[in-house]
Design a protein around this ligand. Structure first.
Ligand code: NDP
Length: 323
Protein backbone atom coordinates (compact mmCIF):
# COMPACT_ATOMS: atom_id res chain seq x y z
CA UNK A 1 0.00 0.00 0.00
CA UNK A 2 1.35 3.44 -0.85
CA UNK A 3 2.27 5.87 1.94
CA UNK A 4 0.29 9.06 2.50
CA UNK A 5 2.00 12.44 2.83
CA UNK A 6 0.40 15.73 3.83
CA UNK A 7 2.31 18.84 2.71
CA UNK A 8 1.31 22.00 4.57
CA UNK A 9 2.16 24.97 2.32
CA UNK A 10 2.01 22.95 -0.93
CA UNK A 11 1.52 26.10 -3.04
CA UNK A 12 5.02 27.37 -2.21
CA UNK A 13 8.37 26.64 -3.84
CA UNK A 14 9.39 23.73 -1.60
CA UNK A 15 5.85 22.35 -1.30
CA UNK A 16 5.55 21.95 -5.06
CA UNK A 17 8.97 20.30 -5.51
CA UNK A 18 8.36 18.00 -2.55
CA UNK A 19 4.96 16.98 -3.95
CA UNK A 20 6.62 16.05 -7.23
CA UNK A 21 9.33 14.05 -5.46
CA UNK A 22 6.82 12.10 -3.35
CA UNK A 23 4.49 11.42 -6.30
CA UNK A 24 7.49 9.95 -8.13
CA UNK A 25 8.03 7.73 -5.09
CA UNK A 26 4.41 6.52 -5.34
CA UNK A 27 3.09 8.40 -2.32
CA UNK A 28 -0.53 9.53 -2.13
CA UNK A 29 0.06 13.26 -1.81
CA UNK A 30 -2.29 15.67 -0.03
CA UNK A 31 -1.63 19.37 0.38
CA UNK A 32 -2.90 22.37 2.27
CA UNK A 33 -3.24 26.03 1.44
CA UNK A 34 -4.92 28.70 3.61
CA UNK A 35 -7.65 28.85 0.96
CA UNK A 36 -7.38 25.92 -1.43
CA UNK A 37 -10.36 27.22 -3.50
CA UNK A 38 -8.73 30.59 -4.16
CA UNK A 39 -5.05 29.58 -4.28
CA UNK A 40 -3.77 29.44 -7.86
CA UNK A 41 -1.53 26.41 -7.16
CA UNK A 42 0.37 27.53 -10.26
CA UNK A 43 3.59 25.90 -9.04
CA UNK A 44 1.87 22.51 -9.12
CA UNK A 45 0.65 23.29 -12.64
CA UNK A 46 4.17 24.37 -13.67
CA UNK A 47 5.50 20.98 -12.51
CA UNK A 48 2.60 19.14 -14.22
CA UNK A 49 1.23 17.56 -11.04
CA UNK A 50 -1.89 19.66 -10.20
CA UNK A 51 -4.27 16.75 -10.89
CA UNK A 52 -2.21 14.30 -8.83
CA UNK A 53 -2.61 16.17 -5.55
CA UNK A 54 -5.70 16.56 -3.37
CA UNK A 55 -5.76 19.96 -1.66
CA UNK A 56 -7.51 21.07 1.54
CA UNK A 57 -8.01 24.51 3.05
CA UNK A 58 -6.24 24.70 6.39
CA UNK A 59 -5.20 27.59 8.60
CA UNK A 60 -2.22 26.56 10.72
CA UNK A 61 -3.16 29.04 13.43
CA UNK A 62 -6.63 27.51 13.85
CA UNK A 63 -6.37 24.33 15.92
CA UNK A 64 -9.75 22.98 14.81
CA UNK A 65 -8.83 23.37 11.15
CA UNK A 66 -5.48 21.61 11.64
CA UNK A 67 -6.96 18.75 13.65
CA UNK A 68 -9.77 18.25 11.15
CA UNK A 69 -7.44 17.91 8.14
CA UNK A 70 -4.94 15.68 9.95
CA UNK A 71 -7.75 13.44 11.17
CA UNK A 72 -9.25 13.22 7.68
CA UNK A 73 -6.00 12.43 5.84
CA UNK A 74 -4.38 10.12 8.45
CA UNK A 75 -0.99 10.73 6.83
CA UNK A 76 2.14 8.69 7.49
CA UNK A 77 4.27 11.80 7.00
CA UNK A 78 3.41 15.47 7.52
CA UNK A 79 5.68 18.20 6.13
CA UNK A 80 5.29 21.65 7.67
CA UNK A 81 6.39 24.09 4.96
CA UNK A 82 3.70 26.72 5.58
CA UNK A 83 3.96 30.08 7.31
CA UNK A 84 5.21 33.57 6.61
CA UNK A 85 8.55 32.84 4.93
CA UNK A 86 10.16 36.21 4.22
CA UNK A 87 12.79 37.63 6.58
CA UNK A 88 12.25 41.15 5.17
CA UNK A 89 8.45 41.01 5.56
CA UNK A 90 8.83 39.75 9.14
CA UNK A 91 10.05 43.21 10.22
CA UNK A 92 6.76 44.70 8.94
CA UNK A 93 4.51 41.80 10.04
CA UNK A 94 6.13 40.44 13.21
CA UNK A 95 2.90 39.20 14.82
CA UNK A 96 1.70 37.39 11.68
CA UNK A 97 5.17 35.87 11.33
CA UNK A 98 5.40 34.73 14.96
CA UNK A 99 1.86 33.34 14.98
CA UNK A 100 1.96 31.49 11.67
CA UNK A 101 5.28 29.82 12.50
CA UNK A 102 5.18 29.19 16.26
CA UNK A 103 1.44 28.60 16.82
CA UNK A 104 1.25 26.80 13.48
CA UNK A 105 3.98 24.31 14.41
CA UNK A 106 2.50 23.83 17.87
CA UNK A 107 -0.95 23.10 16.43
CA UNK A 108 0.55 20.43 14.18
CA UNK A 109 2.46 18.82 17.06
CA UNK A 110 -0.61 18.90 19.32
CA UNK A 111 -2.83 17.43 16.60
CA UNK A 112 -0.42 14.57 15.94
CA UNK A 113 -0.18 13.92 19.67
CA UNK A 114 -3.98 14.09 20.04
CA UNK A 115 -4.72 11.75 17.13
CA UNK A 116 -2.15 9.29 18.50
CA UNK A 117 -1.19 7.82 15.13
CA UNK A 118 2.53 7.24 14.48
CA UNK A 119 2.68 10.16 12.07
CA UNK A 120 6.16 11.54 11.34
CA UNK A 121 6.60 15.31 11.17
CA UNK A 122 9.16 17.32 9.22
CA UNK A 123 9.40 20.96 10.28
CA UNK A 124 10.96 23.65 8.06
CA UNK A 125 13.65 25.21 10.23
CA UNK A 126 16.01 27.91 8.98
CA UNK A 127 19.67 28.90 8.96
CA UNK A 128 18.44 32.38 9.94
CA UNK A 129 18.24 31.01 13.51
CA UNK A 130 22.06 31.04 13.75
CA UNK A 131 22.32 34.78 13.24
CA UNK A 132 25.85 36.03 12.64
CA UNK A 133 28.41 33.28 13.26
CA UNK A 134 31.25 35.68 12.30
CA UNK A 135 32.39 33.54 9.42
CA UNK A 136 32.32 30.24 11.30
CA UNK A 137 30.41 27.41 9.59
CA UNK A 138 27.24 26.57 11.53
CA UNK A 139 26.35 22.96 12.34
CA UNK A 140 23.71 21.26 14.51
CA UNK A 141 25.60 22.25 17.72
CA UNK A 142 25.86 25.96 16.90
CA UNK A 143 23.75 28.11 19.26
CA UNK A 144 20.88 30.21 17.90
CA UNK A 145 21.22 34.00 17.96
CA UNK A 146 18.27 35.12 15.80
CA UNK A 147 18.38 38.61 14.24
CA UNK A 148 14.85 39.03 12.81
CA UNK A 149 11.26 38.30 13.89
CA UNK A 150 11.32 35.46 11.32
CA UNK A 151 14.41 33.92 12.90
CA UNK A 152 12.97 34.31 16.42
CA UNK A 153 9.84 32.46 15.27
CA UNK A 154 11.82 29.70 13.53
CA UNK A 155 13.98 29.26 16.65
CA UNK A 156 10.90 28.88 18.86
CA UNK A 157 9.37 26.36 16.44
CA UNK A 158 12.64 24.39 16.38
CA UNK A 159 12.55 24.05 20.18
CA UNK A 160 8.85 23.13 20.14
CA UNK A 161 9.72 20.22 17.84
CA UNK A 162 12.73 19.18 19.95
CA UNK A 163 10.63 19.31 23.12
CA UNK A 164 7.76 17.20 21.69
CA UNK A 165 10.29 14.65 20.44
CA UNK A 166 11.78 14.34 23.91
CA UNK A 167 8.63 14.69 26.01
CA UNK A 168 6.17 12.59 23.98
CA UNK A 169 8.47 10.43 21.87
CA UNK A 170 7.05 11.79 18.61
CA UNK A 171 8.98 11.20 15.40
CA UNK A 172 9.47 14.87 14.58
CA UNK A 173 12.49 16.75 13.30
CA UNK A 174 13.61 20.08 11.89
CA UNK A 175 15.71 20.65 8.82
CA UNK A 176 17.88 23.71 9.39
CA UNK A 177 17.93 24.71 5.75
CA UNK A 178 20.15 27.37 4.27
CA UNK A 179 18.81 29.44 1.33
CA UNK A 180 17.64 27.48 -1.68
CA UNK A 181 16.43 28.87 -4.97
CA UNK A 182 14.69 27.78 -8.18
CA UNK A 183 12.42 29.10 -10.93
CA UNK A 184 9.55 28.76 -8.40
CA UNK A 185 11.03 31.28 -5.96
CA UNK A 186 8.57 34.19 -5.55
CA UNK A 187 9.78 37.60 -6.84
CA UNK A 188 9.69 39.25 -3.40
CA UNK A 189 12.91 37.31 -2.61
CA UNK A 190 16.07 39.12 -3.63
CA UNK A 191 17.46 36.29 -5.78
CA UNK A 192 14.41 36.10 -8.05
CA UNK A 193 14.15 39.90 -8.04
CA UNK A 194 17.69 40.00 -9.47
CA UNK A 195 17.04 37.29 -12.07
CA UNK A 196 13.80 38.97 -13.22
CA UNK A 197 15.41 42.42 -13.50
CA UNK A 198 18.45 41.07 -15.38
CA UNK A 199 16.17 39.33 -17.90
CA UNK A 200 13.91 42.39 -18.35
CA UNK A 201 16.94 44.65 -18.90
CA UNK A 202 18.38 42.16 -21.40
CA UNK A 203 15.03 42.42 -23.20
CA UNK A 204 15.26 46.22 -23.47
CA UNK A 205 14.01 47.61 -20.15
CA UNK A 206 15.82 50.81 -19.09
CA UNK A 207 15.15 50.34 -15.36
CA UNK A 208 17.72 50.35 -12.56
CA UNK A 209 17.66 47.52 -10.05
CA UNK A 210 17.57 48.98 -6.50
CA UNK A 211 18.97 46.68 -3.80
CA UNK A 212 19.92 46.97 -0.12
CA UNK A 213 23.21 45.62 1.20
CA UNK A 214 24.87 43.67 -1.63
CA UNK A 215 27.90 42.68 0.46
CA UNK A 216 26.04 40.03 2.48
CA UNK A 217 27.23 36.45 1.93
CA UNK A 218 25.01 33.39 1.84
CA UNK A 219 25.12 29.64 1.17
CA UNK A 220 22.62 29.21 -1.69
CA UNK A 221 21.51 25.87 -3.11
CA UNK A 222 18.99 24.36 -5.53
CA UNK A 223 15.50 23.79 -4.06
CA UNK A 224 14.79 20.34 -5.62
CA UNK A 225 17.91 19.01 -3.82
CA UNK A 226 16.66 20.33 -0.49
CA UNK A 227 13.25 18.61 -0.61
CA UNK A 228 15.10 15.30 -1.08
CA UNK A 229 16.83 15.99 2.26
CA UNK A 230 13.44 16.59 3.93
CA UNK A 231 12.21 13.23 2.67
CA UNK A 232 15.39 11.46 3.79
CA UNK A 233 15.07 12.87 7.33
CA UNK A 234 11.72 11.10 7.72
CA UNK A 235 13.13 7.77 6.46
CA UNK A 236 15.68 7.46 9.29
CA UNK A 237 15.31 4.98 12.17
CA UNK A 238 15.59 7.79 14.73
CA UNK A 239 14.39 11.40 14.35
CA UNK A 240 17.01 14.15 14.37
CA UNK A 241 17.74 17.67 13.20
CA UNK A 242 20.02 18.37 10.23
CA UNK A 243 21.79 21.34 8.69
CA UNK A 244 21.17 21.30 4.92
CA UNK A 245 23.40 23.46 2.71
CA UNK A 246 25.96 23.27 -0.08
CA UNK A 247 28.89 24.18 2.22
CA UNK A 248 29.87 27.01 -0.17
CA UNK A 249 29.23 30.68 0.53
CA UNK A 250 29.26 33.52 -2.01
CA UNK A 251 28.42 37.22 -1.77
CA UNK A 252 25.22 38.76 -3.09
CA UNK A 253 27.33 40.90 -5.44
CA UNK A 254 28.79 37.68 -6.92
CA UNK A 255 25.25 36.34 -7.32
CA UNK A 256 24.26 39.55 -9.14
CA UNK A 257 27.36 39.36 -11.33
CA UNK A 258 26.58 35.73 -12.34
CA UNK A 259 22.94 36.56 -13.12
CA UNK A 260 23.75 39.60 -15.28
CA UNK A 261 26.61 37.91 -17.12
CA UNK A 262 24.28 34.96 -17.90
CA UNK A 263 22.27 37.45 -20.02
CA UNK A 264 25.38 39.19 -21.42
CA UNK A 265 25.33 42.31 -19.20
CA UNK A 266 27.68 44.05 -16.74
CA UNK A 267 25.80 44.37 -13.47
CA UNK A 268 27.58 47.59 -12.46
CA UNK A 269 25.73 49.41 -15.28
CA UNK A 270 22.29 48.44 -13.95
CA UNK A 271 22.34 47.97 -10.18
CA UNK A 272 22.09 50.66 -7.50
CA UNK A 273 22.67 49.92 -3.83
CA UNK A 274 20.22 51.94 -1.71
CA UNK A 275 20.86 52.13 2.06
CA UNK A 276 17.15 52.77 2.72
CA UNK A 277 16.44 49.20 1.56
CA UNK A 278 18.72 47.65 4.21
CA UNK A 279 17.06 45.64 6.99
CA UNK A 280 17.05 46.93 10.60
CA UNK A 281 19.26 43.97 11.52
CA UNK A 282 20.82 41.52 9.10
CA UNK A 283 23.30 38.66 8.92
CA UNK A 284 26.47 39.70 7.12
CA UNK A 285 27.99 36.25 6.48
CA UNK A 286 26.18 32.93 6.58
CA UNK A 287 28.30 29.78 6.43
CA UNK A 288 27.36 26.10 6.83
CA UNK A 289 28.83 22.75 7.72
CA UNK A 290 26.43 20.13 6.32
CA UNK A 291 28.64 17.11 7.17
CA UNK A 292 26.05 15.39 9.42
CA UNK A 293 23.63 15.27 6.46
CA UNK A 294 26.34 13.81 4.26
CA UNK A 295 27.31 11.16 6.81
CA UNK A 296 23.87 10.14 8.15
CA UNK A 297 21.51 10.87 5.25
CA UNK A 298 23.98 10.33 2.42
CA UNK A 299 22.81 13.73 1.14
CA UNK A 300 24.95 16.23 -0.76
CA UNK A 301 23.84 19.14 -2.92
CA UNK A 302 23.82 18.11 -6.58
CA UNK A 303 24.01 21.66 -8.00
CA UNK A 304 25.99 24.72 -7.01
CA UNK A 305 24.56 28.23 -7.12
CA UNK A 306 26.17 29.06 -10.47
CA UNK A 307 24.22 26.20 -12.12
CA UNK A 308 21.06 27.21 -10.24
CA UNK A 309 21.34 30.79 -11.52
CA UNK A 310 21.57 29.51 -15.11
CA UNK A 311 18.41 27.41 -14.58
CA UNK A 312 16.55 30.39 -13.08
CA UNK A 313 17.63 32.70 -15.91
CA UNK A 314 16.55 30.19 -18.59
CA UNK A 315 13.13 29.75 -16.92
CA UNK A 316 12.64 33.53 -16.59
CA UNK A 317 13.60 34.15 -20.22
CA UNK A 318 11.14 31.51 -21.33
CA UNK A 319 8.42 33.10 -19.18
CA UNK A 320 9.13 36.54 -20.70
CA UNK A 321 9.09 35.17 -24.25
CA UNK A 322 5.66 33.56 -23.65
CA UNK A 323 4.10 36.84 -22.40
P1 NDP B 1 7.04 29.89 0.20
O1 NDP B 1 6.86 31.28 0.68
O2 NDP B 1 7.26 29.65 -1.26
O3 NDP B 1 5.76 29.01 0.64
C1 NDP B 1 5.25 29.05 1.94
C2 NDP B 1 3.76 28.78 1.90
O4 NDP B 1 3.22 29.06 3.20
C3 NDP B 1 3.01 29.68 0.93
O5 NDP B 1 2.85 29.07 -0.31
C4 NDP B 1 1.67 29.95 1.61
O6 NDP B 1 0.68 29.04 1.18
C5 NDP B 1 1.96 29.69 3.07
N1 NDP B 1 2.01 30.98 3.79
C6 NDP B 1 2.57 32.14 3.40
N2 NDP B 1 2.38 33.10 4.32
C7 NDP B 1 1.69 32.51 5.31
C8 NDP B 1 1.16 32.98 6.53
N3 NDP B 1 1.33 34.24 6.92
N4 NDP B 1 0.49 32.12 7.32
C9 NDP B 1 0.33 30.84 6.94
N5 NDP B 1 0.79 30.33 5.76
C10 NDP B 1 1.45 31.17 4.97
O7 NDP B 1 8.22 29.23 1.06
P2 NDP B 1 9.29 28.10 0.62
O8 NDP B 1 8.59 27.03 -0.11
O9 NDP B 1 10.46 28.77 0.03
O10 NDP B 1 9.77 27.57 2.05
C11 NDP B 1 9.09 26.51 2.72
C12 NDP B 1 9.40 26.61 4.21
O11 NDP B 1 10.80 26.53 4.40
C13 NDP B 1 8.98 27.93 4.85
O12 NDP B 1 8.57 27.67 6.17
C14 NDP B 1 10.24 28.75 4.86
O13 NDP B 1 10.23 29.71 5.90
C15 NDP B 1 11.27 27.66 5.10
N6 NDP B 1 12.62 27.95 4.62
C16 NDP B 1 12.82 28.29 3.31
C17 NDP B 1 14.09 28.55 2.85
C18 NDP B 1 14.34 28.91 1.41
O14 NDP B 1 15.48 29.31 1.09
N7 NDP B 1 13.37 28.75 0.52
C19 NDP B 1 15.26 28.46 3.74
C20 NDP B 1 14.94 28.01 5.07
C21 NDP B 1 13.67 27.78 5.48
P3 NDP B 1 -0.87 29.51 0.94
O15 NDP B 1 -0.86 30.94 0.48
O16 NDP B 1 -1.31 28.56 -0.13
O17 NDP B 1 -1.55 29.30 2.24
Amino acid sequence: MSKKALICGISGQDGAYLAKLLINKNYEVYGTSRDAQMSSLKNLEYLGIRDKVQCFSMSLTDFRSVLQVLDQVQADEVYNLAGQSSVGLSFDQPVETLESITIGTLNLLESIRFIGKLTKLYNAGSSECFGDTHGLPADEQTPFRPRSPYAVAKSAAFWEVANYREAYNLFCCSGILFNHESPLRPQRFVTQKIIAAACRIANGSKEKLMLGNINIERDWGYAPDYVEAMYLMLQQDMPGDFVIATGKTISLSDFISEAFSAVGLHWQDHVVSDASLCRPTDISVSRANPSKAREKLGWVASRNIQETIKIMVAAMQQKISLN
